[in-house]
Design a protein. Structure first.
Length: 275
């Protein structure tokens, strides 16, 4: 088993009463498994990624990575966050340079990862010259260059247009198959989760708890438009319907106007219509 999450709680101290973001999370993620976390906005998905990455500590419970020795997980965000003053190659080499890897060795590693994500023709391009999908591929190459045991991905394709997102779904499945990395992927989009995951973790409205686990036992590569995904997508939506309603009700109970309600996080609507 690669990741073990044992009775994890995360509480934040606000101006009033403490806010319980996560409550009693228990989850095990196997070596090389692709797991997607799905739930309403504010359910603690990103907080759980931060805890796995070691950027925060649980208020209660513990998270262990096996084996314990070696490098830490790497977190990839919605924005690729490439350094604009470095070329694509320079960005991929950056972490290796920080680790003081010799120049020739880091160049070999970086070029191998750029070939894996199919960006070897853009090694000397600048980030502003890349499309959104290409930027995310460069970010993935930068992460993989460090050879992390786990890739943590926080809605990495949310800002992409539909066509680029579909391409990245295919690319990520290929990269995962070739590297065998363990991936924990956060998304609001149920279709995306079912397309990518071995298992989908469905979370409740805050405080975030694991409501259910769905296994996706379908051949790869998958596409979000594949009709074979529809039954699992529908099942996930049925499990999440009450949680979506809780979030929407709490927002309207807060006294927001109709115009303000239209600005609800996009994820609420995504879940309601299946992403």
């Amino acid at each position: 088993m690669r990741i073990r999450i044992n009775d994890v709680w995360r509480t934040f101290n606000g101006r009033g009463d403490p806010v319980i973001a996560l409550q009693g999370i228990n989850l095990a993620v196997g070596e090389g498994e692709f797991v997607c976390l799905v739930g309403p906005s504010g359910c603690g998905k990103s907080t759980l990624l931060d805890l796995i990455a070691g950027l925060q500590q649980p208020t209660h419970g513990d998270i262990s990575l096996e084996p314990a020795e070696g490098s830490r997980p790497v977190l990839i965000f919605q924005e690729a966050a490439l350094f604009p003053w470095l070329t694509v190659l320079g960005n991929v080499e950056f972490g290796l340079r920080v680790r003081k890897v010799p120049r020739a060795q880091r160049r070999r590693i970086a070029m191998a990862q750029l070939a894996l994500v199919r960006l070897q023709q853009f090694t000397h391009a600048w980030p502003h010259q890349l499309s959104g999908g290409m930027k995310q591929r460069a970010a993935i190459a930068r992460a993989l260059a460090l050879d992390p045991p786990v890739l943590l991905m926080d809605e990495p394709f949310a800002a992409l247009d539909a066509q680029s997102r579909d391409i990245m779904h295919q690319e990520l499945q290929r990269i995962w198959a070739e590297t065998g990395k363990t991936i924990v992927f956060v998304t609001h989009n149920v279709r995306e989760a079912v397309c990518l995951a071995d298992r989908v973790v469905l979370m409740t409205a805050r405080p975030g708890r694991v409501k259910d686990l769905l296994t996706v036992d379908l051949p790869r590569p998958r596409s979000v438009s594949d009709p074979a995904l529809a039954p699992t997508i529908q099942l996930a939506l049925e499990h999440l319907r009450d949680e979506i309603a809780k979030v929407e009700q709490s927002e309207f109970d807060s006294g927001w106007s109709y115009q303000e309600a239209r600005l609800l996080p996009a994820g609420v609507g995504d879940l309601a219509v299946g992403g």
